[in-house]
Design a binder for this molecule. Structure first.
Ligand code: PMP
Length: 323
């Protein structure tokens, strides 16, 4: 390519007016070392969103909706219960839009995420981990109370349809097009469940374009969410950050029918697969990416084409690695 041509190409780049426009259009890659020649696993690299996680997508959709409805105005404060990533995405967009941000996060949230929140100008309030919904120290219950007491706006990713819509309108179509390019299509889509936004939004889109696609939820083994989805379990705690141990989300209850199958992954499988992804594939995914890929590898052994997402990146979990 001549210098002249490359200059022309650069000039054609879309100007990005504000950080919200940099969200989405993430690349996907095929696994090459952790699979054999017959098995196909495609991973969509959602850590390439501007704040480093898939949650930039629903955060943008929820903020836009709240602005359109007049709920968010100049000087508004946003409060959100989050395992960290949604709060980081909201804090990034709040900084750009001029809102204040309060994050209610479980005290076990990794220190890198807390530092990022603070760097983005958010206030961080801690909640207890492993306590049941309704307990005053549960992060959801605590955020609802703080919103009421202070007149803050809680966008509520567990209830907000814009969370599912973000994935239905953006992640789903992108992933489907990439699966056609890289694998000639897909037979199963695999994703871990937090609010359920990812699996429900992408699952809904995929079922519309490919009726027989299998939509498969990944849950931490022996947890209450496992039980909710038809397996067994009563654990309320696990260490796959971003996935839930308890069925808190009303979105999940409403769209439960979109999930066809469930795979359990242990904390250790998620951690080990995260490490293998980095050292064998050069893919710097986080813990839930490890869980998603561990489940995808089991499925791919059936000889089917599997697509999944890396919700966030390894950099958020460096403190979990003994190096
Ligand atoms: N992985 C990570 C790292 C996350 O932060 C989240 C969201 N909490 C998920 C997976 C699950 O995504 P969703 O809320 O869309 O189910």
């Amino acid at each position: 390519m001549s210098f002249k041509n490359s200059k022309k190409k650069a000039l054609r780049l879309m100007p990005i007016v504000w950080i919200g426009r940099a969200i989405g259009h993430t690349p996907s890659v095929l696994l090459r070392k952790l699979v054999n020649d017959e098995n196909k696993v495609m991973v969509k690299l959602e850590f390439m969103n501007p704040s480093g996680s898939i949650k930039d997508r629903p955060a943008l959709f929820m903020i836009k909706k709240a602005e359109e409805e007049g709920l968010l105005k100049e000087g508004s404060t946003i409060v959100e219960p989050s395992s960290g990533n949604t709060a980081i995405s909201l804090a990034m967009l709040a900084a750009a839009r001029g809102y204040k941000m309060v994050a209610v996060v479980p005290k076990t949230t990794s220190s890198n995420k807390i530092k990022m929140l603070k760097a983005l100008g958010a206030r961080v309030i801690f909640s207890e981990s492993g306590v049941p919904l309704g307990h005053p120290e549960h992060h959801y219950t605590k955020a609802v109370r703080l919103a009421k007491e202070n007149g803050w706006v809680m966008l509520d990713q567990y209830r907000n349809e814009a969370n599912v819509r973000a994935h239905y309108e953006t992640t789903g179509p992108e992933l489907h097009a990439q699966a056609i390019q890289l694998m000639g299509g897909l037979d199963a889509f695999v994703a871990g469940v937090g609010t359920g936004g990812t699996i429900l939004g992408i699952g809904k889109y995929l079922k519309e374009v490919k009726e027989d696609v299998r939509v498969i939820a990944v849950v931490p083994s022996n947890t209450l969410i496992s039980k909710f989805l038809g397996l067994n379990g009563d654990r309320t705690f696990h260490s796959i950050e971003g996935l839930t141990a308890m069925p808190v989300s009303s979105l999940l209850r409403k769209y439960r029918h979109l999930i066809d199958e469930v795979i359990e992954i242990s904390d250790n499988e998620a951690l080990e697969t995260m490490k293998f992804l980095a050292s064998r594939e050069g893919i710097m995914g986080g813990l839930s990416c490890g869980a998603n890929v561990a489940a995808s590898l089991k499925l791919a052994r059936e000889g089917i084409r599997v697509a999944t997402v890396c919700p966030d990146g390894l950099i958020r979990y460096l403190d979990r690695l003994e190096l």
